[in-house]
Every structure is written in structure tokens, then in C-alpha cells.
Design a protein around this ligand. Sequence first.
Ligand SMILES: Cc1ncc(COP(=O)(O)O)c(C=O)c1O
Length: 386
Amino acid sequence: MVNMSTSGAPVIPFSRPYLTPSEIPNVTAVLESDHSHGDGRFTASASARLVALTGAPKALLTTSGTHALDLAARLLDLGPGDEVIMPSFTFSSGATSIVSTGATPVFVDVDARTGNIDPARIADALTPQTKAISVMHYGGVPVDMAPVLSLAREAGVPVIEDNAHGLAVSTALGTLGTLGSLAIQSFHDTKNVHCGEGGALLINDESLAERAEIIREKGTNRSRFLRGQVDKYTWVDQGSSYLPAEINAAVLDSQLEHFDEIQAKRFGVWNRYASELSDWASRNEVTLMDPPGGVHAAHVFYLHTPTAASQQGLLAYLREKGIIATFHYVPLHSSPAGQKFGRTTGDLVHTDSFASRLVRVPLWTGLTPAEIDRIVDAITAFRVTA
Ligand SMILES: Cc1ncc(COP(=O)(O)O)c(C=O)c1O
């Protein structure tokens, strides 16, 4: 059903999941089989596709990106008294995974251009209690990883990459998701590749692989049993149930099979915004997303208005025109739970400025050229006032 805006035009949603030709046959095959619980043939196939796409040595599917972060925090044995340095400009799950172990998230400022954690601020925040550094590649734009990895090496702590936005983005250092000891992906239906709700843990430090399987499988060594390495499985460690049903894996497998086609369509939309909004942006003191080296995942297209008031003005104007644009991430250090459970090091001026002026415009795989025309025409007719 198409919703209509107050101006009478059909609403263009902010995001709409993409359907390839194979999700429905795949799901039907699962439902007609005797195996719709986890770790069946579609989980195996989707995991193999993730390994091939990223080059990570091992990929475990999870029920969400959030659960992959929880699994990572448990795997690293975080606990009370431990600190994890992370950006404030990110999704709540990066912090809830830490807090659920009793450890403390330490929020630091971001780089003004990318919204990614600023490595210089990590250096300021390191203490003997630091047990990990958690980074998030916003929009699949790579964090400046060389200094992050060298700080982590010096401190002897692992790096977790929250790569929810940046599946298979390649950089000079390697593919995103393969640079830290652990990385997570999200397959929520707002992501480039989705299965409704889903995620994955990429394991680059192979010494963590076997325990990751155990924690994911209710604390048991069932994965070893399924490989024929033990003759019965038993409870051996802490754990929970982090594995998705085959129904989700069947959808994910189809999406991953069509990854190149999905990315080509999304880059087509992103490139139109970048070229067609550029004159308007410079006339209105607006800055468009400008990834260093042009490297990104075509996950989001955002712009920054000159002030927080003009952000609100542009969002309300677009809504009136039936175009759903949106802000992103109320910074965690200023959220009620962030103030209760976390602490900050240094000021977070770039974080506040980045979040309070950011406008994300619709970007999804099936956006038509006519819909993009409508969005571009609406934005370029808007005059930014402070
Ligand atoms: C950066 C980031 N990390 C983690 C998540 C959590 O992923 P999920 O929704 O799959 O739990 C999100 C969700 O949007 C996110 O944006």
C-alpha cells in the first residue's frame, strides 16, 4: 500500500528492503524440508559467501548485529572494572554489549569529516583498565585503522569492528571486518543485505574461533559434535542461543548471492545524489558526505546543514513533500543510559556537531530514477536559513 503525504504525493520511504528472485524459493525449500532450525545448509552457504566476500577466516551467523556484539563482548571476557573505548556517535548496541558484561564504555570524540572514532582521542583515553577498542565504520566509510591498530598493539588489547554498515568494503589495509580481532555485520532489513533480523560475527583471531562457536550454541560443544569431533555434546562454557533459524539464513543466502547487483544499484543512487546536490549544497553552506578516497558502502547518503535548526527545517520540509529523510544517532554520551553506564574522555564537540546537523536521505536498492528526481528536485528547491 502506498502512503500519501499531506501534499498528496506518494510517500518515498527512507528505506525499503530489496527482494531478489531467490528468497521465496529458498524459504519454501526450508519450510518443506525437515530442517528449519539453525546451522543447516543455508547457514553453511551464507557463511561461506561471507568468508568469500570479506576474506575473514571464519564467519558465524547470529540472530542480529546486536547479538554478534554481545557474543564478542562475552568472548573477550569483559567484566566489571574493565573499560572499552568507543565512539559516542554510534548505535546503542555497541554500548549495551559492553554494559551487559559489567564493563564500562568510554566514549570519545569522532573525526569531523567522517563521524568515525578519532584515533588521537583513543590515545588520550587508554588506561590500565582498557580491555578493548571498539570502532564503527559509519556508512561503511573506513575508520583510520592504521593508528587504531598500532595503539591497540601497544596496549595489548583487541579491536572490535562494528561493520554493520560496511560489508565487503575494501581498503588499502584490507577488507573492513578483517582488520580487528573480531568484527560484526548486521542484516537488519535497513541494511544493504538483509534477512529481516540477522547478523554475523567475523573471527579474525583464530584462537577465539572454537569458544565463539560454544558461546553461540548455548555454551555447548555442539559444533564439534556436528563435525564428528566428539561423540556427544555437553555444556562446557557460558553461552546463549545466538544462531538464526534456517528461514532467515535462506533469505540472507539469496541476498548475498545478489550482492554485486545490490551494490551496483545503491552506488547508482549515491552517485546521483553526490553530483546533483553539489551546486545546491555549495550555495546553501551545506556539506555533502565526502568519504576520504571515495571509499564507502553506499549504505547511507547524508549531508550536513549549517546548524541544528536548519537540520530540523529540512527534515520537516521534506516530510511535508512526502520524502522521509532522517537524522542519525543521538550521541550515546548524551543519552540517559550513556550517562548512567558510561563515561567520557575529552570533549565531544565533533560528535555533537556531526549528529545535530546530519540529514540522511532515502537510499535503497529499488529507488527508481523518477523517485530520485523527485528527491533531488525537492532538496534543491529548499533554501537553507540559519
Ligand atoms: C552501527 C550499528 N551497529 C549495530 C547495529 C545493530 O544491528 P542489529 O539491528 O542487526 O541488531 C546497528 C543497527 O542499526 C548499527 O547501525
